[in-house]
Write a protein that binds this ligand. Structure first.
Ligand code: G6P
Length: 740
């Protein structure tokens, strides 16, 4: 508004001045026109009356002349007429004839020039015309026209001009205000949109044309700032979905992202109530699903659900998450033979026990190896099909795909391949057991980046490469050059999304506690422990049960007052070792509960069934203590989920020293799961821990997970891959320029 006024005031002043200057000009102009008209008119009258007048002069009849003049002045404009027959004195004239116009004073009016005379009655126009042909001296005819109408007209003109300029000023002002307001609004909306980032990160057709140069400048500025500040600011900055997206768009030039894992993020299953969507119990899926929601792209995985085929399109794709699609899931179908050989056999009976120290012997069969190779080739085909360019970003996940990086590299040499090994990597002695150790290492070294959760696993991997391959290892930069190709082997501890999506719709903690107690028939004030795992021999579930039993023996006051709920998701049930383990867990739980026959409530509750993430979160929130007692674990995300679930800073985490998470969370009570006494003591400590101490520990751990969330995990790998590509470009340039 202020801006509009600043424009309007000068406009009004300028137009006013213009009107003020225009009035006298118009006056002078119109007067000139009228004078000229009256001159012509006077000539006309003089010519007309010349002949009769000569006659009357010659016959000397002044009375007739007077009467004749009287008749002439009946014309409204002709004010007076006079006739000078001598050089001096008053002429023969009509009554209104001005006394100033004596016969001797007419010279001024007979030539060109000022013909106007101001008399007491007003302004008059005077024209003097000679009447020739009357000797001896010619007579002079004086015609006096009334000019008072000119003043009246001038007055009218002034008024008219005033109204005209006033109307003009008003119209211009109005139009200006309306246009200014409309353009202003458009500009403000456009600028706001730019500030919100619309049209900045990606050129948008909605950006007003006049704002496009600004948008381009801002884009350039942002890119520059991103580049300038990343190296210094990266460790302090908070990673979110948006930060990750910006990295993809900036560093990876917006390339399509493809994730490959065996387990799919959404499983469609047939139930009595129709087709339902299930979320698998998999740390890998828990971590990667939010990353994919942020990045879009394609996730390629084995379609293992009973209704999976019914829910894909012709190209075997389905948009997920089902309720708010953000990326594509491409399902691959595996035959029973492939599943048995590649998944159950080589991956889970061979590599899984090989990589975990859990005292289960790995089994390697040639037929399983065949299937493992065939399925890796099948997934490589799918990656090539799904890639929309020759340089996609491919994130290869876990031990199911050790051969895949090399297979993709052969077909898409320009791809950025980042492989993450979600489970531990064994030392060289243990790894030597595998008959195809060389092929596995070679396959993995097709990646640009090979990631592990801990430095210990990075070191084990490098040791294996050193032992079994022809390769150059740089232990300062942790890179391997094999067959002329460089792979960075780094530690990237995986994490969860922050804040966890599940927290947006779970019940308050008190309600969650109440619910869990009511569901299991436990009284108010009863203390709860929780364990959430796949029913897997690496998870130390039996050791956990033993610890609960030892707690009851050491501190009997907890008998009937503390219950440990173990959620055990059915897992890999077609494999003998898993079935045996499940039986042993059931037996041990029954045996321990039977040891306390007088307890009002059992020490252990085993829930051997699938739970959806929301239900798991509710149990985690309800528990006073969570126990993660893995015998060997890459990271273990349940530990991090328990911390995320306790947004009231309550709860105590007991964590195995053999889980990768223990490196990041020293504020947990760290235990050796094989030491039942120590674990029981940790349970006792957790149950008796003062609220203040719980809060202090929990806050520290929550801060760590907030900072080191899964967006940072994925973002760091992408940034490192981008930096590697850049360094490679520089190296290539130097090599071509420097001889030798
Ligand atoms: C571990 C593996 C994952 C796997 C998950 C569940 O976390 O690292 O790759 O998805 O277990 O196992 P499953 O065999 O059911 O996929």
């Amino acid at each position: 508004m202020r801006l509009t006024l600043r424009f309007l005031v000068p406009l009004v002043v300028a137009l006013g001045l213009f009107a003020y200057a225009a009035v006298p000009l118009v006056d002078a102009l119109t007067t000139r026109w009228f004078v000229r008209d009256l001159d012509i008119r006077s000539n006309l009258i003089a010519n007309t009356v010349e002949e009769p007048l000569e006659e009357m002069i010659r016959t000397g009849q002044p009375a007739r002349i007077s009467a004749f003049f009287q008749r002439l002045t009946t014309d409204e404009r002709l004010y007076a007429v006079g006739l000078c027959l001598s050089a001096d004195g008053m002429p023969i004239a009509t009554g209104a004839y001005p006394s100033e116009l004596r016969c001797g004073a007419l010279r001024a009016y007979s030539t060109a020039g000022d013909h106007l005379l101001r008399t007491p009655k007003g302004v008059v126009h005077v024209a003097v015309r000679k009447i020739d042909g009357v000797a001896p001296d010619s007579a002079e005819l004086v015609l006096v026209h009334d000019m008072s109408f000119i003043e009246r007209r001038s007055e009218e003109t002034r008024r008219y001009l005033f109204y005209f300029f006033a109307a003009l000023t008003l119209s211009v002002a109005l139009i200006t205000v309306v246009i200014a307001q409309l353009s202003w609004r458009g500009w403000v909306a456009g600028l706001r949109a730019l500030l919100r980032g619309e049209g900045i990160l990606r050129p948008s057709s909605n950006t007003a044309p006049e704002l496009k140069p600004i948008a381009r400048d801002v884009q350039a500025l942002l890119r520059e700032l991103e580049h300038q500040f990343r190296p210094t600011d990266e460790t302090q900055q908070r990673w979110t979905q948006d930060t990750l997206r910006a990295v993809l768009r900036g560093e990876m030039r917006g390339n399509d992202i493809i994730i490959v894992s065996n387990r799919e993020p959404y499983i469609h299953v047939k139930t009595a109530d129709g087709i339902k969507v299930q979320h698998p119990a998999s740390g890998l899926v828990t971590a990667l699903e939010p990353v994919m929601r942020a990045c879009s792209g394609t996730w390629i995985a084995h379609g293992s659900g009973s209704a999976d085929r019914e829910t894909v399109d012709k190209a075997d794709r389905v948009a997920v998450p089902p309720d708010a699609p953000a990326y594509r899931l491409r399902r691959l179908w595996l035959s029973e033979r492939e599943i048995a050989g590649y998944y159950e056999g080589f991956a889970n009976e061979g590599l899984w026990p090989l990589c975990h120290i859990a005292h289960v012997r790995p089994t390697f069969r040639a037929d399983d190896w065949e299937q493992y190779q065939a399925v890796n080739r099948k997934f490589a085909d799918a990656v090539v099909q799904e890639a929309t360019s020759d340089d996609p970003v491919v994130l290869v996940q876990d031990y199911h795909f050790a051969l895949l990086p090399r297979l993709i590299r052969e077909r898409l040499p320009k791809a950025t391949i980042i492989t993450f090994w979600h489970i531990p990597w064994p030392n060289a002695e243990a790894f030597a057991i595998c008959p195809w150790r060389v092929e596995l290492l070679d396959g993995l070294l097709g990646s640009d980046i090979m990631g592990f959760h801990t430095q210990f696993h990075v070191n084990n991997f490098l040791e294996c490469v050193d032992r079994f391959l022809e390769a150059r290892i740089d232990r300062e930069t942790f890179t391997v050059v094999a067959q002329g190709f460089r792979t960075a082997v780094h530690r990237y501890p995986i994490s969860i999304e922050w804040p966890p999506a599940a927290l947006a719709h779970v019940r308050p903690i008190d309600e969650a506690r109440e619910n869990a107690r009511v569901r299991h028939g436990l009284p108010r004030g009863h203390r709860l422990g929780i364990g959430v795992d796949r029913l897997d021999y690496t998870k130390g579930i039996i050791e956990r049960c033993n610890a609960v039993a030892r707690l009851m023996e050491r501190e009997p006051q907890w008998v009937g007052r503390f219950t440990f709920i173990q959620i055990a998701a059915p897992s890999r049930g077609t494999i003998g070792d898993y079935r045996n383990y499940a039986d042993r867990v059931h037996e041990r739980v029954d045996e321990i509960n039977a040891r306390f026959p007088n307890a009002a409530h059992p020490p252990l509750i085993l829930l051997h069934e699938h739970h959806e993430p929301d239900a798991v979160y509710e149990y985690l929130r309800a528990a006073d203590v969570c126990m993660v007692s893995s015998l060997h674990d890459g990271m273990n995300l349940v530990a991090k989920e328990f911390i995320a679930a306790h947004d009231d800073d309550s709860g105590v985490l007991i964590l195995s020293q053999f889980a990768g998470a223990s490196r990041e969370l020293p504020e947990a009570l760290i235990v050796n799961p094989y030491d039942a006494e120590q674990c029981a003591q940790a349970l006792a400590l957790a149950l008796a821990m003062p609220a203040e101490e719980k809060r202090a520990r929990m806050r520290l751990m929550r801060n760590i997970i907030r900072e080191f969330n899964v967006y940072r995990w994925a973002g760091r790998m992408l940034l490192d891959a981008a930096a590697m590509h850049q360094r490679k470009r520089f190296r290539d340039r130097v090599e071509t320029q420097l001889p030798g």
